[in-house]
Design a protein around this ligand. Structure first.
Ligand SMILES: [Ca+2]
Ligand SMILES: [Ca+2]
Length: 375
């Protein structure tokens, strides 16, 4: 019984926050075509850990190999089209200093080098800390059996038939043994996938890798500026051409989500990095493949604080707030994944914002790193 209650609560936590039907709302100045909910979560979230704080005894030699210098500039950050969610408004002007950015998502090979050098253990490989997770559960929830606190992560499981897109628990499974070494759980591995992006990394794992590599996570503003690749007010990293037109431009979900994938782009789950054309700055897979962690806290009203002014190098809000899950502290991720579909979150748009608790790992979230010119 405890087990069932625990699982039910976990699923309910996972399931919150994924509304997909666009609805109009009055009294928002930026657009007449915005969504009722402030934003959108394609990845279910559950809070189970605080920072891992593992000491990193060794650091990698810092280099700019595999990075590109993003030029300084000014851009308009936020919503570009009617698919935008409310948290993408209002569009506001931002100045970004020049910085180095990884041209592709961090790969399994790169992450393996980090783990080998440091002995780092990812969040998904650790036992769930009951003292942490019970803060997210209803008061009085009994402690589940230890077997339910085993290391686990979120794995995508396609449905057999069409389902309501409002309930993300239908295609997400909290699978024990799923982690970066075993992306689909016990029995799976990353042999031959050295050039695929690493998955099942929490925000803490991404930060730890960056620290080891002498880099850092991009701010949300840096990420969007880089994704735009020098194009002004365009929808996608490649421009405005619809995803379904022309040749495949990114690894997304094609067909009918979450039960039919037509694989026009050739990949069901992750693709090797750099499988599609780069954007104007020479960056690959800014749209699609994996969601990419950013440094910033997520706050659904943050852009409102930047309205009608120009902000240099914004670093995000001081606190996190998502009205879909007001108890959860979330970080931003960007760019969409192989699970993103035009009818669903269209997460591969430049301006699309995702929010997830920092301890959440999943099979469709990774990251890339940046580096300041000085330091
Ligand atoms: Ca695909
Ligand atoms: Ca990506």
């Amino acid at each position: 019984m405890y087990k069932n209650l625990f699982l039910a609560v976990i699923v309910s936590i996972l399931a919150v926050g994924c509304t997909t039907t666009p609805k109009k709302e009055n009294a928002l100045e930026a657009s007449d075509e915005v969504h009722v909910t402030a934003g959108h979560s394609c990845t279910p979230t559950n809070t189970r850990f605080t920072a891992s704080n593992q000491p990193l005894s060794q650091k990698a030699a810092v280099s700019h190999e595999g990075m590109v210098l993003i030029p300084e500039g000014r851009f308009r950050m936020g919503a570009d089209d009617k698919q935008a969610w409310r948290d993408e408004y209002p569009k506001h002007e931002v100045i970004i200093d020049s910085f180095w950015m990884d041209i592709h998502e961090v790969t399994n090979a790169q992450f393996a080098a980090f783990v080998e050098a440091t002995g780092y253990v990812t969040t998904a490989e650790q036992q769930i800390d009951w003292e942490e997770i019970k803060k997210e559960l209803p008061p009085g929830t009994p402690k589940p059996d230890e077997s339910q606190l085993a290391p686990a992560s979120l794995v995508f499981v396609a449905t057999d038939n069409p389902v309501s897109l409002r309930d993300v628990s239908q295609w997400w499974q909290w699978r024990q043994g799923a982690n970066w070494r075993q992306p689909e759980g016990p029995g799976s591995n990353i042999a031959g996938k050295e050039n695929h992006p690493v998955v099942h990394v929490s925000w803490f794992d991404a930060v730890a890798y960056c620290e080891w590599a002498g880099k850092r996570l991009p701010t949300e503003a840096e990420w969007e500026y880089a994704s735009r690749g020098g194009l002004e007010d365009h929808i996608y990293a490649w421009g405005n051409e619809a995803l379904s037109e022309g040749k495949p431009k990114a690894n997304t979900w094609e067909g009918s989500f979450p039960y039919q994938n037509k694989l026009r782009d050739g990949y069901y789950l992750s693709a090797p990095v750099m499988s599609f054309a780069p954007n104007g700055y020479g960056l690959y897979d800014m749209s699609g493949n994996l969601w990419e962690w950013c440094a910033d806290w997520y706050h659904e009203d943050y852009y409102k604080t930047l309205a009608n002014k120009t902000t240099a190098n914004p670093k995000g809000p001081e606190t996190s707030y998502d009205s879909n899950e007001p108890y959860a502290q979330k970080r931003v991720s960007r760019g969409g994944s192989f699970l993103c579909h035009e009818s669903y979150c269209s997460g591969y748009r430049n301006a699309m914002r995702m929010k997830t608790t920092p301890d959440t790992g999943s099979i469709h979230t990774g990251f890339r790193a940046v580096k300041d010119i000085k330091g």
